[in-house]
Design a protein around this ligand. Structure first.
Ligand code: PEP
Ligand code: MG
Length: 555
C-alpha cells in the first residue's frame, strides 16, 4: 500500500481505480511525413470515432431536448461522411505528405471558408459547424477528447494540475474523485470540484505515474489517498462512505422546507452554477433560485466564442426551467485563473489584478453586447438578475448599464420580447466595499464575492498554493467588510447576498444571519446542509460562542 497526503477540499470518500489525466495539447506539427499510409489510417479511425461521438450526442440530446434541438449533432455526423470533405483531407495527407492533424485543420478550414462565402445566410452560419466538427476530429487525433483524457470507466483522476478549462470538460458522471500535485483550495478548479461534489485532494506530492490503473481510496476526511489499500482500510472506509450516503439521503427530508430560524427569520438559499448542465443538481437539492451563474464557464467549455444565439439558448434554458425562481447570471468573468485561448489575451505579470471581467467587457464592447443581448432576450422567459463582476467604481456600473440600455433599444427596434431583469454587482474588491453606499444607489442587489474579496483584502493570491498557511477565510477584515456591505446595501434598499465559498461555511451561518444577510448562494450540495443549520439557529437566544467571537470583530 502507498499513502499520499495533501489538502482536502471536500469531506467525502472516493473508492475506485486511478486514472492518470492526460493534459490536452494543441500543438500541430506541420513537418512532412515519409509514409502517408499510417496518417491516412489515423485520420480514418479518428473520423469514425468522431462520428460515433456525434451520434451518441444526438441520442442524448433527443432524450434531453427533443428531435429539433438534437438535429445539429445529426448534421455533424453526416458531415463526417461528406465525400468532398474527406477527399480534401486525404489528399492533403496523401499528395502533400502532411500529418493527419495538419490535414484536418487545413481541410476543414477550407470547407468552412467555402460555406462562409456562400450567399445564403443559413449556409454561411454552417461554417462554424464545420470548424466544430473539425475540432472534434482534431481532439481525437491529439488525444484531447474526454475518453483519452479521462478513460471510459468511473475513476479517481490524478493530475499534476487541472486548469478550470480542463475541469469543465470532464465527464462528471465518470468522476469519483480528483487528486492533484499542485492547486490551491480557493482556485476555480477547487470550486468546480465542490460544486460537482467530488472528493478532491490537492498538493499531493507523492503522486506517481505507477498509480495508473491501481485501486485506491481517497479519504477526504483525513486528507489522504491509499493506493492498493489493506482489506481493513477498505472495510472501514467503505462503511464510512455508506454512512455518508445515508446522511445525504436523510438531508433530502428537508426538501420543501423553508430556510427559517427557530425564531422565525427567513433568508434565501440559492445555488451557484456553471451552466445548464447543473440545473438537475439545483432541483435535486431544492435551491430557491440561482445566486450565481458563472457565465464564463459557458465560454470556457467552448472552442470559440459562443454566438449570441448559443448564449441565448443556454441562459434561456436555465431561466425558463427554473421560472419563477430568480436566476442571477453574472456577465463574463474571464481572466486570472480562467483563461481562454480563443480570446487571445496577453500574458500578464499580475493577472489577478489585470485585464479581466468587467474590464474586458467595457473595452471589448461588441463582445459584451453579444452577451447582454443574449441575456435580455432570455430574460423574457423567467425571472432574471444580471450581475457585473469585479466592480471598483460607480463609473463602471453606469457604463455597463448604459451598454445594457443600448442593447435594449436595439432589441426593441427588432421587436424582440424582453423581461425586466434586476441589476446587481459582485462586491469582491475592497474598493466596492468602501464605495458601497454610492454603488447601492445604482443597483438592485449586491452579491459578496468573498473568494476575491478575501484575496484582495488580505493580499493573498487565491491560486498560490504556497500561501495556504497564511490564508484565513475568517479574517476579521473580511468579516467587517461583509457587515459594511450589508449595512450600506440596506441603507439604499438593496438586498445583499454572499455567493463566494464563505456562504457555505456553516461556522459562519449564525454570524451572517446576525449581520442581516438576505441571501446565501452556495454549491448545490451545500443547500440542504445550510438549510439544516439555519433551522437550528435561534436568534432570540444569546449568541453562540462561535458567533460571539466573529461578532466581536465588528466592534
Ligand atoms: C468570488 O470571487 O467570491 C466569486 C464568487 O467569484 P469567482 O469565485 O468566480 O471569482
Ligand atoms: Mg470573483
Amino acid at each position: 500500500m502507498q499513502v499520499g497526503t495533501g489538502i482536502s477540499i471536500l469531506n467525502g470518500i472516493a473508492i475506485g481505480k486511478i486514472k492518470i489525466f492526460k493534459a490536452p495539447t494543441y500543438e500541430i506539427s506541420d513537418s512532412l511525413v515519409e509514409d502517408p499510409i499510417p496518417e491516412l489510417d489515423r485520420y480514418e479511425k479518428a473520423r469514425v470515432k468522431a462520428q460515433e461521438q456525434q451520434n451518441a450526442l444526438y441520442k442524448k440530446a433527443v432524450k434531453a431536448a427533443g428531435e429539433d434541438s438534437a438535429g445539429i449533432f445529426e448534421f455533424h455526423a453526416e458531415m463526417l461522411d461528406d465525400d468532398d470533405l474527406n477527399d480534401s483531407v486525404k489528399s492533403i495527407i496523401a499528395d502533400q505528405k502532411h500529418t493527419a492533424e495538419y490535414a484536418v485543420k487545413q481541410g476543414f478550414a477550407n470547407m468552412a471558408q467555402m460555406f462562409k462565402e456562400m450567399d445564403n445566410p443559413y449556409f454561411q452560419a454552417r461554417s462554424t459547424d464545420v470548424i466544430d466538427v473539425g475540432n472534434c476530429v482534431l481532439d481525437i487525433l491529439l488525444g484531447n477528447d474526454t475518453e483519452s483524457m479521462q478513460g471510459t470507466e468511473p475513476c479517481i483522476l490524478v493530475a499534476e494540475d487541472l486548469a478550470p478549462s480542463d475541469t469543465v470538460k470532464l465527464d462528471k458522471s465518470k468522476l469519483l474523485g480528483m487528486i492533484t500535485r499542485e492547486g490551491s483550495s480557493n482556485s476555480h478548479t477547487a470550486i468546480l470540484a465542490r460544486s460537482m461534489n467530488t472528493p478532491t485532494l490537492i498538493q499531493c506530492k507523492q503522486i506517481d505515474d505507477s498509480w495508473d490503473g491501481k485501486f485506491a481510496i481517497l479519504d477526504g476526511y483525513n486528507s489522504c489517498v491509499y493506493v492498493e489499500p489493506t482489506q481493513d482500510l477498505i472495510d472501514t472506509l467503505t462503511a464510512k462512505h455508506n454512512e455518508d450516503l445515508k446522511k445525504e439521503a436523510l438531508l433530502k427530508e428537508l426538501k420543501g422546507k423553508t430556510n427559517t430560524t427557530i425564531d422565525g427569520r427567513t433568508i434565501k438559499v440559492f445555488a451557484n452554477i456553471g451552466g445548464p448542465q447543473d440545473i438537475g443538481a439545483v432541483q435535486e437539492n431544492d435551491a430557491e433560485g440561482i445566486g450565481l451563474f458563472r457565465s464564463e464557464f459557458v465560454y470556457l467549455g467552448s472552442t470559440k466564442e459562443p454566438t449570441e444565439d448559443e448564449q441565448f439558448e443556454a441562459y434561456k434554458r436555465v431561466v425558463e426551467t427554473l421560472a419563477p425562481k430568480l436566476v442571477v447570471i453574472r456577465t463574463c468573468d474571464i481572466g486570472a485563473d480562467k483563461t481562454i485561448d480563443w480570446m487571445n489575451l496577453d500574458h500578464e505579470t499580475n493577472p489577478a489584478l489585470g485585464y479581466r471581467a468587467i474590464r474586458i467587457c467595457l473595452t471589448r464592447k461588441d463582445f459584451f453586447k453579444r452577451q447582454l443581448r443574449a441575456l435580455l432576450r432570455a430574460s423574457a422567459y423567467g425571472n432574471m438578475g444580471i450581475m457585473f463582476p469585479m466592480i471598483i467604481s460607480v463609473r463602471e456600473v453606469r457604463e455597463a448599464k448604459e451598454i445594457l440600455a443600448e442593447c435594449r433599444r436595439e432589441l426593441e427596434n427588432e421587436n424582440v420580447k424582453m423581461g425586466n431583469p434586476q441589476i446587481g454587482i459582485m462586491v469582491e474588491t475592497p474598493a466596492a466595499v468602501l464605495c458601497a453606499d454610492e454603488l447601492a444607489e445604482e443597483v438592485d442587489f449586491f452579491s459578496l464575492g468573498t473568494n476575491d474579496l478575501t484575496q484582495y483584502t488580505t493580499a493573498i493570491d487565491r491560486v498560490n498554493a504556497k500561501l495556504e498557511p497564511f490564508a484565513d477565510s475568517h479574517h476579521p477584515a473580511v468579516l467587517r467588510e461583509i457587515k459594511m456591505t450589508i449595512d450600506a446595501g440596506h441603507r439604499h434598499n438593496c438586498w445583499v447576498g454572499i455567493c463566494g465559498e464563505l456562504g457555505a461555511d456553516l461556522a459562519l451561518t449564525e454570524t451572517f444571519l446576525r449581520m442581516g444577510i438576505d441571501e446565501l448562494s452556495v454549491n448545490a450540495k451545500s443547500v440542504l446542509p445550510l438549510r439544516k443549520e439555519i433551522r437550528s439557529i435561534d436568534l432570540s437566544k444569546p449568541m453562540s460562542e462561535k458567533a460571539q467571537k466573529f461578532m466581536n470583530y465588528l466592534k
